[in-house]
Design a protein around this ligand. Structure first.
Ligand code: LLP
Length: 415
């Protein structure tokens, strides 16, 4: 559930009218609801009750520092995949001791910085990375806490581009090699094994792949016990899906219940890394219809947001709901392809959508709080959009719209 809703046929984010936000801050515009972010985080946190757990918000899904600050104030941990994300978390007031560091290509500098600030653990994705972390920690006189990202070879039944837990994916160490790698890790002088990690994919709409993964990891954990290796935590990654159209995604409570049934006896701390399930339906992308264009084949609603602002439909053929902001306006319904200003055929927000609109009206693309602004670019030299966080009847500008000068501020003319 989220706090975007119609009042008298006009769309609101909490108690702020979207039309007023669009007029005040301009479009395209990302609007986030603080109450929704908090509600979704608490849904995960409450689901585990008193059982030891840490919810680590996946920063990549929405890395605006005000969003991270909202999470930090709740006591959230963070899943990061780069030093950039780490610096954002620290700037936002996040606790380094609640940060887990995933990603296949951690550099020496990134590892050193993470050790310096004292993160919770590195989710190690290869033998080569394990050696590198050991070396960097040795040079700094530190012991690096690690968990191994195990690739369980489980099919997440999601889009191939966001499926990560299969042997052909680049992530983690295969479940068959993992025991050996743990045996190696235990011998390395600057490494402390603290846990086991995995992440099988994103936008999962069923629990079974998560539970199959847990079963596979438990087999490995039993083998490690025989080797005298015991773990403090088990991190099952992110991936719980959301409703974009008519999917039914499992509730965090059902997920936690099913996990606890399997894991309670082991007494590990459970770590989860949800991104989308917290942020997607906490945000919308507001856009203005610039033109209506009709030909023999199609009606086009040409809007001012493009694939540089929201790339999910172009990249994953993702369906995201598009709705009118003001349903009191007298408009005829028609079926439109909602397309952006970018010179690419893949530049669309949605196809074949029934909408009652005219040029100048505002539309909202829903579920845009995850992998929207964080994946945006300046393609076609379009300044990145502004972002606003709504809290009740107040709206805060949390990222100002880029200026044209911003587009080339890091570039130099030749002498
Ligand atoms: N942990 C790790 C190690 C991950 O790689 C990811 C996402 C997450 C957690 C969070 O997953 P979530 O709970 O958000 O599903 N851009 C794509 C999604 C890519 C996800 C990449 N990894 C999209 O827009 O659908």
């Amino acid at each position: 559930m989220d706090f975007f809703h119609y009042k008298n046929d006009k769309l609101y984010a909490e108690d702020c009218a979207i039309t007023s936000l669009a007029e005040e801050f301009g479009t395209p515009l990302y609007v986030y609801s603080k109450a929704t972010l908090e509600r979704h985080w608490h849904a995960f946190d409450n689901a585990f009750g008193d059982y030891p757990h840490l919810i680590c918000f996946a920063v990549k899904s929405n890395s605006n520092i005000a969003v991270l600050q909202t999470m930090a104030r709740l006591g959230s941990g963070f899943d990061i995949v780069s030093q950039g994300e780490l610096e954002r978390v620290l700037t936002a007031g996040g606790e380094p001791g609640k940060v887990v560091f995933s990603g296949v290509a951690k550099t020496v500098d990134e590892i050193a910085r993470a050790l310096e600030v004292g993160i919770r653990c590195f989710n190690v994705e290869s033998i080569a990375e394990l050696h590198r972390i050991n070396e960097v920690a040795g040079k700094l006189g530190k012991i690096a806490p690690i968990s191994l990202r195990v690739n369980p070879d489980v099919d997440a039944h999601t889009h191939p581009y966001i499926s990560t837990g299969l042997k052909e994916n680049k992530f983690g160490v295969s479940v068959d090699q993992a025991r050996e790698v743990y045996r190696l890790a235990v011998k390395l002088p600057h490494i402390a094994i603290t846990g086991m990690d995995c992440h099988i994919g994103s936008q999962l709409t069923e629990l079974q792949p998560f539970l199959d993964t847990a079963d596979r990891l438990l087999v490995l954990i039993e083998q490690l016990k025989q080797d005298g290796i015991s773990l403090k935590h088990l991190d099952l990654g992110g991936g719980l899906g959301v409703t974009y159209s008519d999917e039914t995604a499992p509730h965090p409570t059902d997920y936690a219940k099913a996990l606890l049934e399997k894991l309670q006896a082991y007494n590990f701390e459970i770590i989860l890394e949800p991104g989308r399930a917290i942020s997607a339906n906490s945000g919308v992308l507001v856009t203005k219809v610039e033109y209506i264009k009709t030909n023999e084949a199609r009606n086009f609603a040409i809007v001012d947001a493009g694939m540089n602002d929201m790339i999910r439909p172009a990249l994953y053929q993702a369906y995201m709901n598009i709705i009118e902001v003001d349903r009191t306006l007298p408009r005829e319904k028609a079926v439109y392809d909602v397309v952006g200003p970018i010179c690419e055929t893949s530049d669309f927000l949605g196809k074949k959508r029934e909408l009652a609109i005219a040029a100048g009206d505002y539309l909202v693309q829903r579920s845009a709080g995850a992998y929207g602004a964080s994946m945006s670019s300046n393609y076609n030299s379009r300044p990145r959009t502004a972002e606003v966080m709504v809290d009740g009847d107040k709206a805060f500008l949390i990222r100002r719209r880029e200026s044209y000068e911003n587009l080339w501020q890091l570039e130099n003319l030749l002498p």
